[in-house]
Design a protein around this ligand. Structure first.
Ligand SMILES: [Zn+2]
Length: 331
């Protein structure tokens, strides 16, 4: 694509440069803060108009709006028919909606609160979808029912006893990393969340973490494993990575390889160098306990900037960042 725009200041057409910028925007009484792009004149550094930047920022705003309001991303909405082997029209009928309603959301219309809640529940919970399919099978063709039933049963068979996305991620790390302690598990979740956002543009799981003195802590997860204290957590049962998407697998693998190789003690020093934890604890002494929640958007922005700064092309490049942190804490 040609990256040309007219610079009023230099009074000529220039090849503009692209950079990241934090955008703050008010919409329907709420403040949204997200990472967008800007086009800059290479000579005078003033900001220029560019169609691709406008388009990019519209999408970035829509994504931020969806995240803050608990609405599935467009990518996830579009994944639903494939996930359950069901057409858009039959899916609408199963939900008791107008025949075209799901298609409208598939095309990008923002669902209202009630519809958004249903879409999210269906996406997150195959068992719920399965119930819906059973209860409403009369509304769709026999063939559509059978195809979808087969798909959702296969999906459920791979997930015995694992109820949420966060559970899946925890099980992954417990099975993948030998001798992982509760603190190292916390760090693994935090980095998985951050880097997944940087590479995939959305969050890996819904839970928020708090900025404790020891680092970012997912409190529910913490209380489940608190009894292990500084000992490795014992994993139970088996785990099949088939329940994860390719992108999830690549990022979790890189986090396991490049970050979980450090002790919980070292990992906790890493987080203390990073903006989301520092900014959330502003004004607090290093060892004071705090339940302040680290804003997820802050985590997303920070790791997106890390990805840019380290020119990461694939999740394997997380290695360079982990090394740089390690060098800093071992000085
Ligand atoms: Zn200029």
């Amino acid at each position: 694509m040609s990256r040309r725009s007219f610079c009023e200041h230099c009074r000529q057409e220039v090849n503009y440069l692209l950079g990241s910028t934090v955008i703050k925007e008010e919409f329907k009484g709420n403040q949204y803060e997200y990472l967008g792009q800007k086009a800059v004149c290479p000579r005078c550094r003033s900001e220029l108009h560019a169609a691709e930047v406008r388009e990019h920022n519209l999408k970035a705003f829509s994504d931020a709006y969806r995240r803050v309001n608990g609405i599935l991303s467009l990518e996830k909405i579009r994944e639903i028919p494939h996930r359950y082997a069901i057409g858009k029209r039959p899916l609408s009928l199963l939900l008791g909606w107008g025949a075209m309603t799901f298609s409208r959301y598939w095309q990008g219309e923002l669902p209202t609160r009630h519809y958004a809640g249903m879409l999210k529940r269906i996406y997150d919970d195959p068992a719920f979808y399965c119930e819906l399919l059973e209860a409403n099978k009369d509304k769709i063709s026999e063939l559509a029912y059978r195809k979808s039933k087969q798909k959702v049963q296969a999906l459920l068979a791979h997930n015995p006893g694992i109820s949420s996305q966060l559970d899946r991620i925890i099980q992954y790390f417990l099975h993948r990393c030998e001798d992982i302690t509760p603190l190292a598990l916390q760090a693994a979740l935090y980095y998985a969340q951050g880097f997944y956002f940087a590479f995939a543009g959305e969050f890996l799981f819904d839970a928020d973490c708090e900025a404790w003195a020891v680092g970012p802590i997912y409190t529910n997860v913490y209380s489940s494993y608190a009894s292990y204290r500084f000992d490795p957590v014992e994993e139970a049962g088996s785990f099949d990575t088939v329940v994860l998407s390719n992108t999830e697998n690549e990022i979790l693998d890189s986090v396991a390889r490049n970050l979980c190789c450090y002790s919980g003690k070292t990992l906790r020093q890493f987080a203390r160098l990073e903006m989301p934890w520092l900014q959330t604890r502003k004004g607090l002494q290093a060892n004071v306990h705090s339940n302040r929640i680290i804003n997820r958007e802050l985590i997303g922005m920070y790791f997106t900037l890390v990805k840019e700064k380290y020119n990461m092309l694939t999740p394997a490049d997380i290695k360079a960042y982990a090394r740089a942190l390690f060098e800093q804490v071992s000085k």
